[in-house]
Design a protein around this ligand. Structure first.
Ligand code: IMP
Length: 435
C-alpha cells in the first residue's frame, strides 16, 4: 500500500473531513489541499478549543506537519489572511509550515461580487445556493484563460497592482451593465489596494509545490491529500448543476496537487451516519419536521462557512456507494454516530424509486433525481450515550449492526468512527485503515 493517503467526502460536503484529516495528519508529514477554496469549512476541536478552517489544510494544526495549498485550489488572499490572523489570535503559529503553489489561481473581488449578484438575480427558485465565495466565477475565468491571475504574479507587486486595477475596473463595469449599477461598490481603488496588500502577505509562502513535494517524498515523506467539499458536489460526478466547480474526489488529486496519479494510495471516504446538504439541489432522503430538527440540533448542523442551517436526512447508501466507488475508497470513516443516539428507529436508503423504475445508482438526469423516492430500510436505534465509548466492540449492538450494514452495502470496511467533536472521541480500527 502506498505511503500516501487521500481523504474525501462521500456526500455534499461537511462530512467531518477536517476531523479525519486532523487525526491522520499525525501519521503523515505533509497535508495537501488540492481543490476548492474558501467555500470549504472544516471544524477541528482540540481540547476545549475549536478552530474553523476554510482554505488552510487541516494539517496546519499539527506540530511538525507541513501544509500545502496546491495548484488546483482557488485562493482569496483577503479571506486567507483573515483566516491566518484568526488562528494566530487563538495562539496557533502556522506560518513556518505553510506553502502555497505558485500555479494556484486567485479569487478577485469581482468574482465574489459576480457570485453574489448571480445568486441574487436567480432568486430562491433558481439559485444554486453557492457559498458566495467567488469560487465558480474564478474557476470559470481560469478555464476561459481571461483575466485570470495566478499566485506567481504576486511577486511582481507593481505589475500586479496595475493588472488588478485594470481587471477590476473593467469587470465591475461589466457587472454594472449586466446587473444594474446599484449592486456595484464605488470603492474600487480601496478594494484594489486591499486585495494587493493581502496578496503581498502570501509572498513568503509561495513555492513550486510539485518540486517541493517530489523532494520531500524522495526523502521519505508521507502525504495526506485533503479533499474539500464532497464527491456529490464534484463538477463532473455530482448532482449537476447543483455542484461546486472543481474535481472534489480522489480523481482531482493528481492535477490539483501537482503529483502523479500513482501517488494516490489509500483513500478514506468520509460520511456522516446521516446525510446533510447545504444550498439547493436534489436530496432524496431529506427529512422535515421534528426528526430533521433532532438531527440538526444534536449534530450542530449549521454551516462553518456561511452559518446556514443544513438540510438533514437519513443516510443515503445509494450515493454513498456511488461516491465510494468513484473515489476508490479503501476504508470508510463514519462520523457523528453519537448524533443518532436516542432514536427508537433509524433508517438508511438502499434504492431509489423513480418513474423509470427502481434504481441503485444516482441518475444523471436531474428530473429523475428530483422526483426519486427513497426506499428506506429500517434499523433499530439505540438509547445509550456513546460519546465516551472506549472501543468499537463496546458500542451498543444496534450501533454495531448499523455500521455493519454500511460496510456491507458500500463494500468497504469502516475504519474510523467518530462519537463526538473532540480528537479523543474517535474509534479507529487499525487493520481496516491499513488494508
Ligand atoms: P460554491 O462552491 O460556493 O460555488 O457552491 C456550490 C454548491 O456547493 C452550493 O450548494 C454550496 O452550498 C456547496 N458547497 C460548496 N462547498 C461546500 C462545503 O464545503 N460544504 C458544503 N457545501 C458546499
Amino acid at each position: 500500500m502506498s505511503r500516501h493517503t487521500c481523504v474525501v467526502g462521500l456526500g455534499w460536503g461537511d462530512e467531518g473531513k477536517g476531523k479525519v484529516v486532523d487525526l491522520l495528519a499525525g501519521r503523515h508529514d505533509i497535508v495537501v489541499r488540492y481543490n476548492g477554496g474558501a467555500n470549504a469549512g472544516h471544524t477541528v476541536c482540540i481540547g476545549d478549543r475549536t478552530f474553523s478552517l476554510h482554505l488552510l489544510p487541516a494539517g496546519v494544526l499539527r506540530d511538525g506537519v507541513a501544509a500545502v495549498i496546491g495548484p488546483g485550489v482557488v485562493i482569496d488572499p483577503l479571506s486567507l489572511s483573515r483566516e491566518i490572523a484568526a488562528l494566530e489570535n487563538q495562539g496557533m503559529e502556522i506560518n513556518k509550515n505553510l506553502r502555497i503553489s505558485d500555479r494556484a489561481h486567485l479569487v478577485l473581488p469581482h468574482h465574489t461580487l459576480q457570485d453574489r449578484l448571480s445568486e441574487q438575480r436567480a432568486g430562491d427558485g433558481g439559485k444554486l445556493g453557492t457559498t458566495v465565495r467567488g469560487i465558480g466565477p474564478c474557476y470559470a475565468d481560469k478555464m476561459r484563460r481571461m483575466d485570470a491571475v495566478r499566485v506567481c504574479e504576486v511577486e511582481d507587486r507593481a505589475r500586479l497592482r496595475e493588472r488588478v486595477a485594470e481587471i477590476l475596473a473593467r469587470r465591475f463595469r461589466e457587472l454594472g451593465s449586466l446587473f444594474g449599477e446599484d449592486g456595484i461598490p464605488n470603492d474600487l481603488n480601496e478594494q484594489s489596494a486591499a486585495f494587493c496588500n493581502a496578496c503581498a502577505k502570501l509572498v513568503p509562502f509561495i513555492c513550486d509545490c510539485s518540486e517541493y513535494l517530489f523532494g520531500r517524498v524522495d526523502a521519505g515523506a508521507r502525504l495526506l491529500f485533503e479533499g474539500a467539499n464532497g464527491v456529490l458536489l464534484d463538477v463532473d460526478h455530482g448532482t449537476y448543476p447543483f455542484v461546486t466547480s472543481s474535481a472534489t474526489g480522489s480523481g482531482g488529486v493528481a492535477n490539483g496537487a501537482g503529483v502523479p496519479p500513482s501517488w494516490v494510495g489509500r483513500v478514506v471516504g468520509v460520511t456522516k451516519a446521516y446525510s446533510t446538504r447545504v444550498g439547493s439541489g436534489p436530496f432524496v432522503t431529506e427529512l422535515e419536521g421534528s426528526l430533521a430538527d433532532y438531527i440538526r440540533t444534536r449534530g450542530r448542523e449549521f454551516g462553518t462557512t456561511t452559518g446556514r442551517p443544513r438540510r438533514c436526512g437519513w443516510l443515503d447508501l445509494v450515493t454513498c456507494r456511488y461516491a465510494a466507488r468513484l473515489s476508490g475508497a479503501s476504508a470508510l470513516a463514519v462520523m457523528h454516530l453519537d448524533t443518532l443516539a436516542g432514536l427508537d428507529e433509524i433508517a438508511v436508503c438502499t434504492a431509489y424509486e423513480t418513474k423509470s423504475g427502481r434504481i441503485m445508482r444516482p441518475p444523471a438526469r436531474l428530473d429523475l433525481l428530483k422526483s426519486a423516492r427513497p426506499v428506506l430500510e429500517k434499523l433499530p436505534g439505540w438509547s445509550e450515550a456513546i460519546r465516551d465509548c472506549p472501543s468499537l466492540e463496546a458500542l451498543p449492538a444496534a450501533a454495531r449492526s448499523f455500521l455493519r450494514r454500511i460496510e456491507e452495502y458500500v463494500g468497504c470496511p469502516v475504519a474510523i468512527v467518530s462519537l463526538g467533536p473532540k480528537r479523543e472521541q474517535t474509534l479507529v480500527d487499525e487493520t481496516a485503515l491499513e488494508c
